[in-house]
Design a protein around this ligand. Structure first.
Ligand SMILES: Cc1cc2nc3c(=O)[nH]c(=O)nc-3n(C[C@H](O)[C@H](O)[C@H](O)COP(=O)(O)OP(=O)(O)OC[C@H]3O[C@@H](n4cnc5c(N)ncnc54)[C@H](O)[C@@H]3O)c2cc1C
Ligand code: FES
Length: 267
């Protein structure tokens, strides 16, 4: 069950390229949260509920701390970026449906694919996959960003789990010079029905990943973003079109944010 808390900031790291990592003491959310779920967060200063913003759970720790990783875009994220250790934040969560983790058939590779700040939920997911799934489940991480500066600080976290992400950058400053969906062809080839993909990033990137997975018959889960005013299905502002096979519209906050790629109308 989600709860509403006034929580304390333990640290706020500036990772460069407009990306910050907030560590928050929120034991209930840290204990209950699953990869792919999110929180609604706003600076404890002021009373404006419209400044609550959704952020994926980036990491949870056994000692009651949790982290969000965010990119500064507008007023809500600017306020969060300005918070120092000891400040308070209003936080509601954990919210939504996260990634579904079931043991894959023997020989299946699992692929985590992140674009831009869409990398945020994938570290938690990688850790949970390593914890929950059988030893020997092959796990690959493919990450894309505009440039090296956006990605470099996050690579160490995956390496600490024994994972070496394959990387693509728009400007070629790190890894493959190009887009992250192209790494699918490079890393896993064209054939086989042996991959299960978990994806988070900008819409066009996820649409391209979903299309490649569909062609190959691979299962693909995507974490969608939408503008959210409430986060718990009260405002109906986060509707996205379904594929027609299931419902006509989904609400990202309640039915997602994680969906099977085939259930989404990619337009
Ligand atoms: C379920 C979910 C999980 C999310 N997880 C994360 C996360 O882990 N880290 C993170 O950095 N962000 C995440 N986001 C996006 C984040 O909520 C927005 O970046 C944030 O709300 C922007 O708030 P703001 O007040 O700073 O910007 P606003 O003032 O609301 O907007 C500033 C500008 O950015 C544009 N904008 C707002 N949101 C987005 C968006 N999602 N994509 C592209 N442009 C946008 C607006 O149209 C506007 O032009 C998530 C969103 C959802 C729905
Ligand atoms: S954000 Fe209000 S209904 Fe989804």
């Amino acid at each position: 069950m989600p709860g509403q808390y006034l929580a304390t900031i333990e640290s706020n790291e500036d990772l460069g390229a407009g990306v910050c990592r907030l560590t928050i003491l929120a034991p209930e959310i840290a204990a209950a949260g699953r990869p792919g779920q999110f929180v609604m967060l706003r600076s404890g200063r002021g009373l404006d509920p419209l400044l609550s913003r959704p952020f994926s759970l980036h990491q949870t720790m056994a000692d009651g701390r949790m982290q969000v990783l965010f990119k500064v875009l507008g007023e809500g994220t600017r306020r969060l970026a300005a918070l120092a250790a000891g400040a308070s934040v209003a936080i509601v969560g954990p919210l939504g449906r996260g990634f579904a983790l079931t043991p894959p058939p023997t020989g299946t590779r699992l692929g985590l694919i992140g674009g831009g700040i869409g990398v945020a939920p994938l570290l938690f997911l990688a850790r949970e996959i390593q914890r929950l799934l059988p030893d020997g489940t092959a796990l690959d991480v493919l990450l894309g960003a505009r440039s090296k500066a956006e990605l470099a600080p996050l690579l160490a976290d995956f390496r600490a789990l024994g994972l070496e992400p394959a990387v693509a950058t728009d400007d070629g400053s790190l890894g493959h010079h190009g887009l992250v969906p192209e790494l699918i062809d490079q890393q896993w080839g064209q054939e086989g029905s042996h991959c299960r993909v978990f994806c988070c990033g900008p819409w066009p990137m996820m649409a391209a990943v979903a299309s490649r997975c569909r062609e190959r018959g691979w299962a693909c889960q995507v974490s969608l973003e939408a503008m959210m005013a409430c986060g718990f299905s009260a405002c109906l502002g986060c509707a996205v079109a379904g594929s027609g096979k299931r419902e006509r519209y989904f609400h990202v906050c309640k039915d997602g944010p994680v969906f099977q790629a085939e259930d989404v109308n990619w337009g």
